[in-house]
Design a protein around this ligand. Structure first.
Ligand SMILES: [Zn+2]
Length: 137
């Protein structure tokens, strides 16, 4: 089972890449790393440029996630998908607006969704989820 846990400090640090699909592309080998990195994960080059991904991709598989941190129970269980983005990289991300297991090969697109409301300070946390836009073949 795949579990995705994000702590508030991680959300803050990853803000740039959480609210839009930021990535880096290696100028040397062309490899794309999701979530900005100073080095290419493939060849180690530091000649990387920031790019924004389209947010469109294909669902490789999904799994139901029953484990969730406190405050997120309302959205349980939640589907989590392994998504191959059109630009090439594969990422694991929560799926939204799905009632039953989505078909493998479905086309998905990234949308901004409310993740939780912190009742102690009223802060609303947003994050990217993926929505199925058409069923697979
Ligand atoms: Zn590279």
């Amino acid at each position: 089972m795949i579990t995705v846990r994000i702590s508030p400090p991680q959300v803050w640090r990853a803000k740039q890449s959480l609210y839009k699909l930021a990535a880096t592309k290696c100028n040397r080998c062309g490899n794309i790393d999701v979530y900005s990195s100073a080095f290419c994960s493939k060849c180690g080059s530091n000649e990387v440029s920031s790019i924004n991904l389209s947010g469109n991709g294909t669902l490789i598989f999904s799994t139901k996630n029953f484990q969730q941190r406190a405050g997120y129970e309302k959205s349980m269980p939640q589907f989590v998908g392994l998504i191959k983005l059109d630009e090439g990289p594969e990422i694991v991300a929560p799926l939204t607006d799905v009632d039953e297991e989505p078909k493998e090969g479905s086309r998905v697109t990234a949308v901004l969704r409310k993740l939780t409301v912190d009742s102690s300070n009223g802060l609303i946390e947003y994050g990217l989820k993926f929505k199925v836009i058409s069923d697979g073949p």
